[in-house]
Design a protein around this ligand. Structure first.
Ligand code: KIV
Length: 265
């Protein structure tokens, strides 16, 4: 086993044009399989509220749930970078965000935390980074804002909205994020953001131009009843979960996934 991937290594992927393979993960057994299959980043996403806990949204997920799952993933891995989501309303101000993120890093073993939102999060990002906690931003579709949004839909189709997202990406980068998830945005907007920022972008429903890709593990394994356009079931034609995940990693690295068929325009 080599060393664990470190946050400062992330920009090197972008510099050398190597795509980053990321998947969500919530427990030790899957963490071992994903790491063995070559997944570089394991995201303990608050999507666990939906796929593990059976809620309709990520809103009910508590910080204690995130710490619990993050601990098992970080304990079981040696090489992958482990990122944990700050759940709904646990980062409303700098102090609250610091206390919440410290739990994920200290008790959970996460190396980086992810939070949703743009310009409104700049102060929180700056405070976390100043404390030595690496931050991954998350723009586009923000599942924690589902009650404001009304429904899960593509973000940034209107020129003004697209411009705002581009500005938000730059503001988050200036604030110190080291990674940026782009969820459900048109492929050309994701490409423009990816070209604009020096930190890697990780797309989900954001087309092929992002510096890396993430999927919810259970979507990749075909467990989701009505999968979104950007999902591919990699278990089809494979005889093990590890083989399916290895195919996902290869497809991301070789630029075979996602294609235009998985993208929004
Ligand atoms: O919670 C999650 O799984 C996520 C990914 C969809 C990016 O945030």
């Amino acid at each position: 086993m080599g060393e664990r991937l470190a946050v400062p290594d992330l920009r090197q992927f972008k510099r050398r044009g190597e795509k980053i393979a990321c998947l969500t993960c919530y427990d030790a057994s899957f963490a071992r399989v994903l790491e063995a299959a070559g997944v570089e980043i394991l995201l303990v996403g608050d999507s666990l509220g939906v796929v593990i806990q059976g809620h309709a949204t990520t809103v009910p997920v508590r910080l204690a749930d995130m710490v619990y799952h993050t601990r098992w993933v970080s304990r079981a891995t040696e090489k992958a970078l482990v990122i944990a989501d700050l759940p709904f309303a646990t980062y409303t101000d700098r102090r609250r965000a610091l206390i919440s993120a410290a739990r994920l890093v200290q008790a959970g073993g996460a190396q980086m935390i992810k939070l949703e939102g743009g310009r409104g999060r700049v102060e929180v990002v700056q405070a976390l980074v100043a404390e030595g906690i690496p931050v991954c931003g998350h723009l586009g579709l923000l599942p924690q804002s589902i009650y404001r949004l009304g429904r899960y839909r593509v973000q940034g189709r209107q020129p003004q909205e697209a411009q705002k997202l581009l500005e938000d990406a730059c503001l988050l980068e200036q604030a110190g994020v080291e990674l940026l998830v782009l969820e459900c945005v048109p492929a050309d907007l994701a490409a423009a953001i990816t070209a604009e920022v020096a930190v890697p972008t990780i797309g989900i429903g954001a087309g092929p131009a992002c510096d890396g890709q993430v999927l919810v593990l259970y979507d990749l394994l075909g467990l989701t009843p009505k999968p979104a356009r950007f999902v591919q079931d990699f278990l089809i034609g494979k005889n093990s979960i590890q083989a399916a995940v290895a195919e996902y990693v290869a497809a991301v690295k070789e630029g075979r996934f996602p294609t235009e068929q998985h993208a929004y325009f």
